[in-house]
Design a protein around this ligand. Sequence first.
Ligand code: SIN
Ligand code: FE
Length: 286
Amino acid sequence: MESQIVNIGVKEWKINHNYDWINALESGKVIHFSNLPFNISQTEKKLLSPLILKKNCRNVSLSTTNQLKGAECDAYLLDALTNLMKRFRQNATTLITSLAPNYKLETSPTSFRPIQVEDRKQSYRGNDKLLHIDAFTTRPNHGKRILRVFININPNNIPRVWRIGEPFENVANNFLHKVKPYSSWQASFLHKIKITKSLRSEYDHIMLQLHDIMKFDSNYQSNAEQIIIPFYSGSVWVCFSDQTSHSVLSGQFMMEQTYNLPLSSLYNPDSSPFAILSNIIGKKLL
Ligand code: SIN
Ligand code: FE
């Protein structure tokens, strides 16, 4: 398997518009920056504990209007956490907009994940330790892409270890024949009873099925082509997580910034999951 990861040594978040890196990203590779500056102050280090989580919350999230959810600590630390997450969001946005100025980014909330991966309790379907592509049960995205920027902020240099699987085209070729047929009746029903926030399109249905089928195939999980990559403290990595087959094996203290973007703002729309699936199936899916 051609390497699924591209290491980039730049030392500033504002980088050059670079077609090679964009092509790598849009073909489903992970681009990895190990030298970007992100200083964590002594006060911020106090935030690196699962004890700051509110009861029953797994992550802290910072909305685009800077409302913090999921954290419980004194006002001074809440402020520090807001600032830490905002700083990451600003840097992540600088990175992506300088790399790919065409992208029409819609910014989602920023998330901070303080629980040790090995201790997380998750349903089978929600278990991110299994190789998957991202697709959401409740939030259909109608072909909009999911671009994610991650940073490991572990204070003890414990890596966040990921597996990266085979290219999306192989995933699609392996599993499309197992996907249940789309039912527009069922999609309307799910929307009516508010399980989905909008109508699940045929594209969303197929992506969610691929996500589930991959996770439930234990033979595939152990035998699919994959590499294991440790992302050390300070590392930043970026991928289209609706395209890159990925899973997390271990680690603690990561921040993540998600963006959605329309297919039309991609540089190579033909390498998107939408185009790959439409091509294999022989019709445009949306
Ligand atoms: C995921 O996006 O599937 C998990 C990422 C992580 O927690 O490192
Ligand atoms: Fe994921």
